[in-house]
Design a protein around this ligand. Structure first.
Ligand code: LU0
Ligand code: CA
Ligand code: CA
Ligand code: CA
Ligand code: ZN
Length: 430
């Protein structure tokens, strides 16, 4: 446990006494470390939510948090404060070396040859275009709008009678909102391919597709994704690519930019240099705004048609549900029954993929995230899946492409459970 002095130091940090130094140049983890300003550490011995939240609120950038450890990026001052608070910090001076090793034979604008099975933006577009060509009766492609840099953000719909808005439960899957979480694009592509390629041969898939309307956004943040792979070396990039007025720091954390309880609760940062920067105002990022507008547009005759949602992230192997902004199980718009349903569905999904199920704020407090908005605004059963691996440093965002098949198929059953939970499938035992 932190000392009393340590707790006071953590409280001071939470109050915003420490200021993140502006990042010089492209804010990849490696560059920051080279500049000597910000260093990646693993903080151990964080056994309680209060301790993890105190670390998250200290202004450091949380890379991951699981089972009593957090991987963070901190200034020297922040590191000193955390040490004074009684925490053990392990330096990760080899992060730059790791990124270099992970980037072996990397061509600008694409994944390293070793990781060629990952889909960049153009390859993602080609893959969904092929699905639509192969299964014109089941797939239609539109766009939720364009990213800051002007890329289309494709939206894929899968259903029988796909060009008709049928009276069926609708489900939404979103992927790769955080740029470096490339495994999630593969997750959305798997869902698209599975629910189309297997339609003719798998009765259960057919029943689900026939009785639901499945929406998929494989890349919420195409600008960030392309930036992360733009050079010969991975950038460790997380945020959008929209510049910030009055700051040299680029980008906003799209998953802190949604409008439900935006910026309410110290679960995001007001500093543009922070990895969890919430933006100057809610929905000032085209990516979050257009997701919001699409979901709003699914209110038909006063009823939200989308009943279930999973936003895929990496990493930590977790199934998370709202609210993120409060550690309370129930709050405005979340009754005990509703919280119990989240826990029940989340736990059942987690039993199939081996992830740890928990309320989002058990990880750390977040405000302005997509799941809180989906539920708080629209009562959509909305989960965040943190995919493989269960732990790691910066390398956790760049698993080799050999794991794609195993780690995406790992969620097949969980996806089915969500579809069935909202009423798709009916009696499929026959
Ligand atoms: O946005 C995040 O911080 C997520 C977790 C929340 C959805 C609760 N973790 S991530 O950034 O490491 N993918
Ligand atoms: Ca490989
Ligand atoms: Ca249909
Ligand atoms: Ca419909
Ligand atoms: Zn993420």
């Amino acid at each position: 446990m932190p000392t009393r002095r340590g707790m006071a130091a953590a409280a001071a940090l939470a109050a915003g006494v420490a200021v993140l130094l502006p990042l010089a140049g492209p804010a990849g983890a490696a560059d920051q470390q080279a500049a000597g300003d910000i260093v990646t550490y693993t903080v151990t011995g964080l056994d309680s939510v209060a301790e993890r939240t105190a670390v998250a609120r200290s202004g450091v950038d949380v890379l991951s948090a699981e089972h009593g450890t957090m991987t963070v990026r901190a200034t020297q001052e922040q590191a000193a404060e955390l040490r004074a608070a009684g925490h053990e910090l392990i330096t990760m001076a080899d992060v730059r070396k790791q990124l270099r090793e992970l980037s072996a034979a990397k061509k600008p604008g694409d994944f390293p040859e070793d990781d060629a099975d990952y889909h960049n933006y153009d390859e993602m577009v080609a893959e969904i275009t092929k699905a639509a060509e192969d299964h014109g009766d089941l797939v239609s492609i539109s766009s939720i709008g364009t990213s800051y840099e002007g890329r289309d953000i494709p939206l894929v719909k899968i259903s029988d009678n796909v060009d008709t808005d049928e009276d069926e439960p609708e489900v939404l899957f979103t992927c790769n909102m955080h740029a470096r979480e490339h495994l999630t694009t593969e997750m959305c592509l798997r869902i698209i391919n599975r629910y189309t390629d297997d339609y003719a041969s798998d009765e259960k898939i057919k029943a689900l597709v026939d009785t639901a309307e499945i929406w998929v956004v494989p890349q919420v943040n195409p600008d960030g994704i392309e930036y992360d792979i733009a050079t010969g070396e991975y950038q460790g990039w997380r945020k959008s690519r929209k510049p910030n007025e009055g700051s040299s720091a680029v980008g906003t954390d799209i998953n802190r930019n949604f409008s439900y309880q935006w910026g309410c609760c110290n679960g995001s940062s007001g500093n543009p240099a922070s990895e969890t920067y919430r933006g100057a105002e809610a929905l000032d990022q085209p990516e979050s705004k257009q997701i919001t507008e699409f979901v709003d547009s699914r209110v038909v005759d006063g009823e939200q048609q989308i009943k279930g949602h999973i936003d895929f992230h990496t990493f930590s192997e977790l199934v998370l549900w709202p609210y993120g902004y409060t550690t309370d199980d129930t709050d405005e718009g979340m009754t005990e029954e509703e919280a119990a349903r989240f826990r029940d569905v989340g736990t059942r999904m987690a039993e199939t993929n081996g992830y740890t199920p928990q309320q989002s704020s058990d990880l750390y407090i977040t405000d302005g995230d997509i799941n809180d908005w989906m539920w708080g605004e629209h009562k959509i059963l909305s989960f965040c899946f943190e995919m493989y691996p269960s732990s790691g440093g910066i390398d956790g965002f760049y698993p080799p492409d050999e794991v794609i098949e195993r780690e995406t198929s790992r969620n097949d059953e969980a996806v089915e459970i969500l579809l069935e939970e909202v009423g798709a499938g009916g009696d499929t035992t026959g």
